[in-house]
Ligand binder design. Structure first.
Ligand code: SF4
Length: 294
């Protein structure tokens, strides 16, 4: 964009009494060589606003510095659309209303505020909309345990393509060590059997789900709808583009050896929930100290 700069200095709200507006105009025209610099006693009025609008409409300016009041006010008046750059220099609240009128230092402050605004305008560029390329609605699910498989299944049912990555050679994760699941349906009284083959079969039977087992996610880069994923499997790499990521990497049991104050490691009958689950899975719970059924 070729900038056509215009500076408009307001003399209203006491600015004309407190400041030397000609000195400000000199900063714009002499120091910064601004081709269009105008003063008005009431820039937000019909005549003052019309002055700027006419310059914009006639193509004389497309980058406007308004030296007047705070940019928090009169936003509707000084609005020329997204194609016109606008910088507001606050000479009212930050200079004239908060510093002694007619003072040399006050004038220096005003001049500097205008210089700052002009330098900001020099660097300013019109905003351009972000246009993504190759946007993806695919979903990457990291982890092939119960959570990951459920997420992949539900996403596929909702019509999404899914890429599932599991680090072990088989799907299932911790579910393989679980004897029963908590109830997930009313009346929520009985534990549920784990039908892992059924769950895996449902997932592998879906053409919209791509499964990498014995694989790991090496890197994810990008942004929503544009994540580029590198997957390592058997010494080779695969690249996938996905729109969203579900992390379902499971958990690692806490090191119970750090819980000796609870008796773990000291009393053989103190075991972890994972130990107990393994016993259920094996067919029965026995007391470790004597091997008797509990
Ligand atoms: S409100 Fe702003 S633009 Fe209007 S006269 Fe006061 S300083 Fe100038």
């Amino acid at each position: 964009m070729e900038k056509k700069l215009g500076v408009y200095i307001c003399g209203g709200c006491g600015l004309g009494d407190a400041l030397d507006l000609d000195s400000l105009a000199k900063v714009a025209t002499k120091e910064f060589k601004v081709p269009v610099c105008k003063q008005h006693s009431h820039l937000c009025g019909a005549e003052g606003a019309g002055l700027i609008k006419a310059d914009v409409d006639q193509g004389g300016v497309n980058s406007i510095v308004v030296a007047a009041c705070s940019p928090r006010v009169m936003t509707d008046v000084f609005d020329y659309g997204p194609a016109v750059l606008l910088e507001r220099v606050n000479l009212r609240e930050q200079v004239a209303w908060s510093h002694p009128a007619g003072d040399e230092d006050t004038q220096m402050l005003a001049d500097d505020q205008l210089r700052i605004g002009l330098n900001r305008m020099k660097e300013m560029e019109p905003p351009s909309p972000f246009e993504g390329e190759n946007l993806s609605k695919r979903i990457l699910v990291v982890g092939g345990g119960l959570t990951g498989m459920s997420a992949a299944n539900e996403a596929a049912k909702a019509g999404c393509e899914v890429v599932l990555v599991e680090k072990e050679a088989e799907l299932g994760g911790y579910l393989r060590q679980v004897a029963k699941l908590p109830p997930s349906q009313p009346p929520y009284e009985d534990l549920q059997d784990v039908d892992l083959p059924d769950l895996i079969g449902e997932l592998t039977g879906r053409s919209s789900v791509m499964i990498y087992t014995g694989a790991q996610v090496a890197s994810i880069a990008g942004a929503p709808c544009m994540f580029d994923v590198t997957i390592q499997q058997n010494g080779s790499q695969a690249a996938e583009r996905v729109g969203a990521v579900v992390l379902a990497t499971g958990s690692v049991p806490y090191d119970a050896r750090k819980l000796d104050h609870l008796g773990y490691g000291k009393l053989s009958d103190v075991i972890t929930a994972a130990d107990l689950e393994a016993q259920f899975k094996a067919g029965g719970v026995t007391r470790p100290s004597n091997g008797q059924p509990v």
